[in-house]
Design a protein around this ligand. Structure first.
Ligand code: SF4
Length: 348
């Protein structure tokens, strides 16, 4: 199989269009990604970039790369995945664990931050490595859960009847194969006080083939109300090829929400954010959160600043119907919920 790019050239994926074969054909070094995009290798020259890649490797699925504009070093999808020398700068207030998740690590693989919800790190792997990732320094080795550990990890939730929602996160929980995911859902369904299952994933966006028939069927038959929170930052990430798989997911009875991160030079622009909300809605996805980026070491260059965020959010509210305006939020360690950022004045 070859994936056709927007320029008409093609990129190899595999002979089988299953999601794992596509994932296996991902770009794993920035040089070949730049060559594919007809861009100069000078963009990644230097020891600082080598150090950044060593710390957080490059991973870009071929279909996602195919959506980037060849010859454009400022392409908003490329900027999300291309390592930069800035990642090595030490900037005050940027730390490896800004959300202090290690203090909410109730037990191996379980994070319990908020009332009524607990998060399980179902896997440490992702289908794409986003340079702004808030868990890029997370100690997955200390939180690795094998399939045999799930039951024990879920004991924590089973013994706390105040928890009604299980959040599967990671990494990306849809990196689990369908049979494994099905087993995990069954374990969750066996906990009587759980009523909701939420899955946070970027996989349906970067490899829409991940939305398999088996996944749809399993979600459809679950006794839990299911929610999939997609992580889509730019309207170019949603194409006609996503329409059918996302429709199938939605028709399984699954709520589709989106949380985007406000990223400098990627989406910190009124037209882009407005287009993103419109396109999400056209694909049956509710724009839910627009996150201010977390102050994670190595990601400061993605921060547009609070003033820009407030101004853009005010403009969005002035432009779109309320149901298309995501909540602008910041997560602050120790707070009982994500903190809404609201501009009350038109001057913001
Ligand atoms: S998919 Fe999510 S967890 Fe994985 S690298 Fe991207 S932002 Fe981080």
């Amino acid at each position: 199989m070859r994936i056709i790019t927007r320029s008409g050239s093609s990129v190899p994926a595999s002979d089988h269009a299953d999601w794992q074969s596509i994932l296996a054909a991902s770009f794993r070094d920035a040089g070949s990604l730049l060559e594919y995009l007809q861009l100069s290798p000078e963009l990644i020259a230097g020891d600082a970039i080598k150090a950044a890649v060593k710390q957080f490797p490059v991973l870009v699925p071929p279909g996602y790369a195919a959506l980037m504009k060849p010859g454009d070093p400022r392409d908003p999808l490329l900027l999300q995945v291309l390592p930069r020398a800035d990642e090595n700068q030490q900037v005050e207030a940027y730390v490896p664990d800004p959300l202090a998740e290690k203090h909410s690590n109730a037990r191996q693989g379980i994070i319990h931050k908020y009332q009524g919800r607990a998060l399980m790190l179902a896997t440490g792997g992702c289908a794409i490595n986003c340079r702004y990732c808030f868990r890029r320094h997370f100690d997955y080795s200390a939180n690795r859960l094998g399939r045999r550990d799930w039951q024990q990890a879920l004991e924590y939730i089973a013994t706390d009847s105040s928890i009604s929602e299980l959040i599967l996160s990671g990494g990306d929980p849809l990196m689990l194969q369908d049979d494994a995911l099905s087993e995990l859902i069954s374990l969750a369904e066996a906990i009587p006080h759980l009523t909701r299952l939420r899955i946070h994933s970027r996989l349906p966006v970067v490899i829409p083939e991940r939305i398999t028939d088996a996944l749809i069927r399993r979600l459809e038959m679950s006794r839990l109300n299911t929610v999939v929170v997609l992580h889509i930052n730019h309207p170019d990430e949603l194409t006609p090829a996503h329409k059918e798989p996302l429709n199938l997911l939605r028709n399984s009875g699954t709520w589709l929400l989106n949380q985007a991160v406000l990223l400098k030079d990627v989406n910190d622009d009124l037209m882009i954010l407005s287009d993103l909300s419109e396109r999400l809605f056209a694909f049956g996805i509710t724009p839910y959160y627009l996150h201010l980026p977390d102050p994670v070491t190595g990601t400061h260059h993605f921060d547009s600043g609070d003033d820009t965020a407030l101004r853009l959010h005010h403009q969005l509210r002035s432009t779109l119907p309320g149901y298309l305006v995501p909540q602008l939020v910041r997560e602050i360690a120790g707070e009982p919920y994500k903190i809404p950022y609201i501009s009350l004045t038109s001057g913001q």
